[in-house]
Write a protein that binds this ligand. Structure first.
Ligand code: SF4
Ligand code: FES
Length: 293
């Protein structure tokens, strides 16, 4: 700073003007610095806010029809969270905002159609029933294990449907009521007995979780056996048909393959006591003096 004393009026007013200009510049500098600081704080707050409200998904990707996507990989998606959001909601958001080629099955979005069973954080779950908030991050989303992957999260269900079909999953009886419109009634107790087995939605989560099914492609699997249970235990089918169903079930790759590991029961989204049903059918097979392997 100059310490020189102005000798004339002109010099004095020039010094005052210089000092005012400097103050102005300093004030502008201060303002600019404050603005930058405010902006930095706003950005940091936004970053923190979005980190809290965003879920990190690692999603399995594979597409045999596109050369550069034939090597399986995981893609990262950061999805903004809304209360009540499920894995299926997050996948739909990722597909709609990041990558329209992301492929997965879904339909009802209320745990009824069974089409969106996935392998999430190492366990079979329905995408539409699984809350993001119940999972630890990063959330790993993969197709169901033990099935061929068609694309991304979609697996080939053909083998599962074949196994279900092999137990003849429909009602069969020799004795129909006399009147054409008469109901074929079932006792309340019998209804209670088969009630849980009727809840299957053919999602294949149980089959995918089963070590035995993974090693034995011909094993009927928990879902098909449960389906057979549903009819074998229905009093309206009669003894003849029950015998026939037990013959299907006691074949080499039937109930006796089950090693009571309970993995199917653990993952079933409809809480069907699958292992219990398989054990009961084993007892029925013995009672009926059928051979077992
Ligand atoms: S038994 Fe349960 S897990 Fe298996 S297909 Fe049916 S609903 Fe899915
Ligand atoms: S979308 Fe139907 S069961 Fe999940």
């Amino acid at each position: 700073m100059s310490t020189q004393v102005p000798e004339t009026v002109e010099e004095e007013s020039a010094t005052e003007a210089a000092s005012a200009g400097k103050q102005k510049r300093d004030a502008k500098k201060r303002e600019r610095a404050e603005r930058v600081q405010e902006q930095r704080e706003a950005e940091a707050a936004e970053k923190a806010r979005s980190a809290d409200d965003t879920y990190h998904l690692k999603v399995f990707r594979y597409d045999p029809e596109v050369p550069e996507k034939q090597e399986p990989r995981f893609d990262d998606f950061h999805v903004p969270y809304k209360q009540g959001m499920t894995i299926l909601d997050a996948l739909m958001w990722a597909r709609d905002h990041y990558d329209s080629s992301l492929t997965f099955r879904h339909s009802c979005r209320q745990a009824i159609c069974g089409s969106d069973a996935l392998f999430v954080n190492g366990s079979q779950r329905l995408g539409c029933k699984t809350q993001l908030s119940d999972l630890s991050e990063p959330i790993r989303v993969e197709p169901l294990p033990h099935s061929d992957v068609v694309k991304d999260l979609v697996v080939d269900m053909e083998h599962f449907y074949d196994q279900m079909e092999s137990v003849e999953p429909y009602f069969q009886t020799n004795s129909l009521p006399d009147g054409e419109l008469d109901e074929q009634r079932q006792t309340r107790e019998n209804r209670e007995k088969v009630k849980m087995s009727t809840r299957c939605i053919w999602c294949s989560a149980c089959m995918s979780s089963c070590n035995i099914a993974a090693g034995d492609n011909e094993y009927l699997g928990p879902a098909a056996i449960n389906k057979a249970y549903r009819f074998a235990m229905d009093e309206r089918e009669g003894e003849d048909m029950k015998q026939r169903r037990l013959e299907i079930l006691e074949q080499e790759h039937g109930v006796w393959r089950c090693q009571t590991q309970f993995s199917c029961t653990e993952v079933c989204p409809k809480d069907i006591p699958l292992t219990e049903h398989i054990q009961e059918l084993k007892r029925e097979a013995i009672k009926n003096n059928l051979k077992f392997w």
